[in-house]
Design a protein around this ligand. Structure first.
Ligand SMILES: Nc1ncnc2c1ncn2[C@@H]1O[C@H](COP(=O)(O)OP(=O)(O)OP(=O)(O)O)[C@@H](O)[C@H]1O
Ligand SMILES: [Mg+2]
Length: 299
């Protein structure tokens, strides 16, 4: 449903999204995880045709987003909850959107109800909305065209615990009915509860991806070498699967002894070799994205 292939974005000398490849299938929630500045929003903007990629491509339902005749009917997008017209009421925002998408006006109250905006809230101007209410309205906007997919950038931002719980239920239900969801977050715990697949990004690169349960089981070894290409080749020669990493860090689904032996056999000097840890994905997340958050933030 959503396919991203070799997507790359450079701003001047900085590569902020670097050769990102993943796909989101119907019936699944994909969590797009990474620290601040990792490149999540930029990737999502490229998928939605708002930022032109420097290389690579992204398609939604088999076509570039911009070529979709009525995109709101295919894929609901929530990238920036503050982007709504603040002088309109929530109801007006949706009514205008319904007209643009060719959606029956009768769907507006239903959709507002679905996201928990009652008639009083819907009649207030967006200017007076709290962040959580704006997120709900943004989600209503995304759902309005009854799309088969959703792309949501940090949708839980500003929601209270009850709101987060509610949103998880909504997204899970959407996927269980065959929908495709891609949602970003910088909080592992938040996506862990709802996503069945994870794509972890750090410093613009995908550092791990796969089924949540596989990644969470934490089985594996974190290994780093000064020459990551040589390390990759050595692991490949030993028949070991490695997921990519920043600063040459790789996650390998094998015990540390086996990984160390493979490196030694190929004469590759390691700078780090240790079990990825039973702390599960949090360990992997912290280890693989170590240092990238701060680096990115000061750019
Ligand atoms: N228009 C731009 N010009 C230059 N650099 C940019 C531009 N937009 C984004 N960047 C840089 O790209 C990097 C990735 O930004 P992005 O917003 O995609 O990160 P993010 O993962 O969404 O982070 P956050 O969790 O803080 O939302 C950052 O270093 C940012 O400064
Ligand atoms: Mg962002």
């Amino acid at each position: 449903m959503i396919e991203v292939e070799g997507l790359t974005k450079r701003y001047g000398r900085h590569t902020v999204v670097d050769d990102v490849t993943f796909r989101c299938e119907p019936g699944t929630v994909t969590g797009f995880l990474g620290p601040n500045g990792a490149g999540k929003s930029t990737t999502m903007r490229m998928i939605c045709g708002l930022t032109p990629p420097s290389a690579g491509r992204a398609t939604v339902a088999g076509r570039p987003y911009r070529d979709l005749p009525n995109p709101g009917r295919e894929i609901g997008v929530l990238l920036d909850a503050s982007a709504q017209h603040v002088g309109r009421t929530g109801r007006e925002v949706l009514a205008v959107a319904a007209q643009t998408m060719g959606v029956a006006p009768g769907r507006v109250p239903d959709t507002l109800g679905r996201v928990g905006l009652n008639p009083t809230a819907a009649g207030r101007r967006v200017r007076a909305y709290s962040l959580g209410m704006r997120q709900r309205l943004g989600l209503a906007y995304a759902l309005l065209g009854d799309p088969r997919g959703l792309i949501l950038d940090e949708p839980a931002n500003g929601l209270d615990p009850e709101g987060i719980f509610w949103m998880r239920g909504l997204l899970r239900d959407f996927a269980d009915r065959g929908g495709t969801v891609l949602l970003s977050s910088h909080l592992l715990r938040e996506v862990e509860a709802v996503a069945d697949r994870l794509v972890v990004i750090g410093g613009g690169r995908v550092v791990a991806q796969g089924d949540r349960d596989d990644l969470l089981s934490g089985a594996g070894t974190l290994v780093r070498a000064r020459d990551p290409d040589a390390l990759r080749a050595a692991l490949g020669a030993a028949g070991l699967d490695a997921t990519g990493g920043t600063d040459g860090g790789l996650l390998v689904a094998a015990p540390a002894g086996v990984v160390g032996q493979a490196a030694a056999d190929a004469g590759v000097a390691l700078t780090e070799l240790r079990p990825a840890g039973s702390g599960g994905l949090e360990q992997i997340f912290l280890a693989l994205t170590a240092g990238t958050s701060v680096q990115e933030a000061v750019r």
